[in-house]
Design a protein around this ligand. Sequence first.
Ligand SMILES: *[C@@H]1O[C@H](CO)[C@@H](O)[C@H](O)[C@H]1NC(C)=O
Ligand SMILES: *[C@@H]1O[C@H](CO)[C@@H](O)[C@H](O)[C@H]1NC(C)=O
Ligand SMILES: *[C@@H]1O[C@H](CO)[C@@H](O)[C@H](O)[C@H]1NC(C)=O
Ligand SMILES: *[C@@H]1O[C@H](CO)[C@@H](O)[C@H](O)[C@H]1NC(C)=O
Ligand SMILES: *[C@@H]1O[C@H](CO)[C@@H](O)[C@H](O)[C@H]1NC(C)=O
Length: 533
Amino acid sequence: MSLSILCSLLAVSLFTSGVNAATAEQWRSRSIYQIITDRFALPAGANLNNCDVDAQTWCGGTWNTIRDNLDFVQNMGFTAIWISPVQQNYQGSRTPYGDPYHGYWIQDLTQLNDKFGTSDDLKALVAELHKRDMYIMVDVVVNNVMALNTQPDYSRYMFKDASLYHPYCPIQWGNTTSEQDCWLGDLNVTLPDLDTTNPTVVNTYQSWVKDFVQEYQIDGLRIDAAKHVNKEFWPGFCESAGVFCIGEVFGGLDVEDAAQWQGPLDSVLNFPLYSSLLQGFTIPGPANITAVTDTLTQSKKLFKDTTVLGNFLENQDVPRFASQSVDPQSMNNAMTFTFMYDGIPIVYYGQEFSFNGAGDPKNREPLWPSGYASTPASDIMTKLNQLRNFLVNTTEWATSEPQVLSSSQYGLSFVKGDVISIITNIGSPPQNGTNIAVPSPYDANTGFTELFSCKQWVAGSKGYLDAEYTLGGKPIVLVLSTLMDKSPLCKGELVTSQGLGADSSNAVQLRWSFRWPGLAAIMSLLLAFPVVW
Ligand SMILES: *[C@@H]1O[C@H](CO)[C@@H](O)[C@H](O)[C@H]1NC(C)=O
Ligand SMILES: *[C@@H]1O[C@H](CO)[C@@H](O)[C@H](O)[C@H]1NC(C)=O
Ligand SMILES: *[C@@H]1O[C@H](CO)[C@@H](O)[C@H](O)[C@H]1NC(C)=O
Ligand SMILES: *[C@@H]1O[C@H](CO)[C@@H](O)[C@H](O)[C@H]1NC(C)=O
Ligand SMILES: *[C@@H]1O[C@H](CO)[C@@H](O)[C@H](O)[C@H]1NC(C)=O
């Protein structure tokens, strides 16, 4: 047996024995469901009406209740979850901003937050995720701890000596030194800032994160307030962690601002994309598609690797998408972008129910009143996940370079791998005469299968595809039919014509067809039910 075979056997056994330590490359093909532990699910028998977001206090979710409800997440096709911070939080009486139900008010990093469970509970959650071949990303806060004044008793924190913190100063926004050295928060809730240039702090954090990741078999870290820490701190921290690190670099459209942090960190949450999608797709809104295409051009130029950026439309700090747009189709279209372009799609719990909390604390709604039922938005994200999971498993799609094919005030189209997405901001009302013409790179008569409807499209002359919106502005995802045929999607469904511009010269031709499950599907059915009689 050659050495290389031995090595690869060893690699396989390491992988399957639960040593995860997932890298950026492994995370690239995942999709993430973001959870605030306190708000995701209640234990059986709990009072379902007992959560008032304005009260800013605990509602009762735990690591165990996440574990009990993973089917809901996995059935939507997600392959990872990101949970709110797990370490001990502020232990005192209520603050003017309520209680630390969100988990970001760190007290002692060496202890877990007993509001959310025990060490065994957290391990059981991770074990269950790994059993399902899902990853866990944990939110960590290292920039600061939490206090109620500027002279806290440091003995209760992991770092017990005042000399390991920067002296108090309020942040002067726009001054980078001040943003990194002064204290986040205000005088009601101060956030004492660690001196992350101090070698004791650097070394202690490195051994802390190494132990934490190993002890709980964490696959990735989401790093809170990453831009409030000096850049030099991150490479050593992430290397000690040994897993994918994605940082929160809170910001707007400015790509340069965000991109400088990829390098120190493996990746960042894609705030520029998020900001531009709001510009392009909210209704009413500026309908500024140029903001999106400019952001894509800048991103390609400035980010080291756009394929691992964290694409999102919502999180615990920004207003829910549905609070920013009156039309559900705008979220469906923007969401399609976050899944089908470069990057790791992230969905914040409740987005599937079009929750509409317009900012902290209203955007931290309890999930349970939804009944965990399926909705039009959850159907769309499920289909997007199913397609993306198939593509990342069987093709080089995740790393293939996307290309914008066309853009106009009504939306844009792009190709990535053998998938063309056409997204629009025109909203739900049918519009005759509004269209998006797509110069596809394929030959005339090439066949495509549309993800959401399973309808067949055929490229017109010179490969043109033409999206018309007589049924309203739904997202369109066209997969090369020869590729889609190999997937589990659109099998055995009766496919009908919807009469999209069949007459114009560059039009899509539509045909009737009945698609039989492929041989592979028939074989797997046979294998799934072995003959035992
Ligand atoms: C920026 O902030 C630092 C730290 O607080 C301070 O020392 C410095 O004077 C500030 N610079 C300017 C231009 O205000
Ligand atoms: C402290 O909180 C109260 C109540 O929310 C608020 O009115 C006040 O402005 C806050 N003070 C500071 C210094 O931010
Ligand atoms: C659209 O966004 C771009 C930023 O990419 C900006 O330069 C432009 O002024 C915006 N146009 C409108 C009409 O707001
Ligand atoms: C993708 O591959 C992983 C790992 O082999 C497997 O667990 C998963 O079921 C696959 N997913 C799809 C959609 O094929
Ligand atoms: C748009 O065209 C369709 C048929 O192509 C027609 O049924 C519908 O009434 C038209 N709607 C409007 C608003 O003109």
